[in-house]
Design a protein around this ligand. Structure first.
Ligand SMILES: [Zn+2]
Length: 142
């Protein structure tokens, strides 16, 4: 069985998978919650959204944003049963075993851990609206 390191380096050779990275909001979320809590969330998501033989909405059950684990799932091909089957050899149409779920959580946590070793991205720039000088408004007051 490949090690987590081997799995991650294989994934990083996929142009699609390696596009994913933690944004500043997700990065800060991990910092605040701590990796143990985030790992627990990963375990819950896998159990609730993926572990059934035929999960609800399979293929679309993992949002592209909103939680660091979601992003990690796309990055590590643990987002749906199709990807789990293709990348991790976990067969579809049957419930995931405890070991298979643990492997998915392991890969997700390792990916997040690596992301957290990098410096945080700068916060997203909010574009400030330029206040329009409005001479007519001034005149109306007079
Ligand atoms: Zn998928």
């Amino acid at each position: 069985m490949p090690t987590i390191d081997e799995i991650l380096s294989q994934l990083s050779r996929s142009t699609f998978r390696q596009r994913f990275c933690l944004g500043r909001v997700e990065y800060d979320y991990c910092l605040n919650k701590g990796e143990a809590v985030v790992r627990q969330h990963a375990s819950d998501f896998i159990q609730q959204r993926l572990s059934a033989a035929i999960p609800a909405n399979d293929g679309k059950q993992t949002p592209m944003r909103g939680h660091p684990v979601f992003i990690a799932q796309h990055a590590t091909a643990t987002c749906c049963r199709g990807c789990l089957s293709q990348w991790h050899g976990i067969p579809q149409n049957q419930p995931m075993t405890a070991e298979q779920q643990a492997l998915a959580v392991e890969v997700i946590s390792a990916w997040i851990h690596r992301q957290m070793q990098k410096p945080a991205l700068p916060p997203k720039k909010t574009i400030k609206k330029k206040a329009k000088p409005d001479a007519s408004g001034q005149l109306d007051l007079l």
